[in-house]
Design a protein around this ligand. Sequence first.
Ligand SMILES: [Zn+2]
Length: 412
Amino acid sequence: MVKKSKLAKETSANETVSNNLRSQLRFSSETGEIWLHEHRMLLVHADSHAKLRRELIESLGISRARGMIMRIGYATGINDCELTHINRNWTNDHESFMAGPLLFTLEGNAKTSIPKLEINRKMGKFYVEALLENSWESQAYLRHYGESTEGVCWYLHGYSSGYCSAFMGKPILCKEIKCFAAGGKHCYLVGKPVEEWDDSSDYSLMMNQESIAEQLIGLQNEVVHLRSAISEKKMPSYVVGNSPAFLAAYDLLMQAVDSQITVLLLGETGVGKEVFARTLHEKGARCKESFIAINCAAIPHDLVESELFGVEKGAFTGALASRPGRFERANGGTLFLDEVGDLPLSAQAKLLRVLQEGEVERLGGTKTHKVNVRLVTATNIDLRQLVENGKFRSDLYYRLNALQIHIPPLRT
Ligand SMILES: [Zn+2]
């Protein structure tokens, strides 16, 4: 009797397994199904798969596409391990393991041989090297993208990791250390337990499905949020002007929106000081409350105080009823004093007190009313000059001048 060599024994064992797997394959044209044992299979064009792969790369980027294809491979490897080991009594670990590479070959992925396999399931020991010829993945990659600088058989990479992990019942990572698409003669894989690799990040990638949809929804929400934040600061249509100086003034105004800083608007008559004041109000936190505007130059000096601070009935001839002033009416909101330089000195003193104490006392009254008002003032005359001439209180000027915005005329 001729003693068979180890290789010849292995070859014949593989043929038996391979034939066994083939015999499990059933085409059922009546039902439109293909079965491999109890698993429904599909016969698809490798080229369509290559196109799908290309589309994934182009729409998701190479690293996301790689992760996704590896995960599909990993899941398939687990399925195939289950398929090849259901109700089968393999004589040993080696023979049992070989069913996977043979099925992988039968499925048309690549001609797979296993030059090295050290396996002991009881001890959890595992080491494999796999040689893959005619890998369809590497061929498809070469056709679409040309030569790569690294392994491109991501499905194979995932599949072998999934198969070996399911087979061993512990995490095994296979890495493609040579690839036909990266100048190798063939593709070559090494597989060993995850903890034996220095870098096992690919295994985490195979485990962790990243939800691109969730990421997209998250990004979409962020865009909506940012857009609305931008449009809040955007110039309303009624603000006209697009010169650099005008835009700079508007920008400065927007910086004051979220604060309570007192703004002094400077500029010629007709540059839209009230529009600026109203915009400051409408863009800010007080927008739901009143915006009250008053032109100090348009009110007779003897009436300006009652207009601003209110009056109690009988405080003076003509004060027939008690009424609140503009400060009280603007409570919670914004009060805009235009032509503030026209305020008489007595009114300036009262205004300063209101600003310092946060309360107003109506003319002829004894009661004080708390007021919370954002004050915006405007002038077209040089307040500093008025201060020098003794016509405007310097303490009030500094109080009002916390932030000065020059609005340029539209002609600039
Ligand atoms: Zn490869």
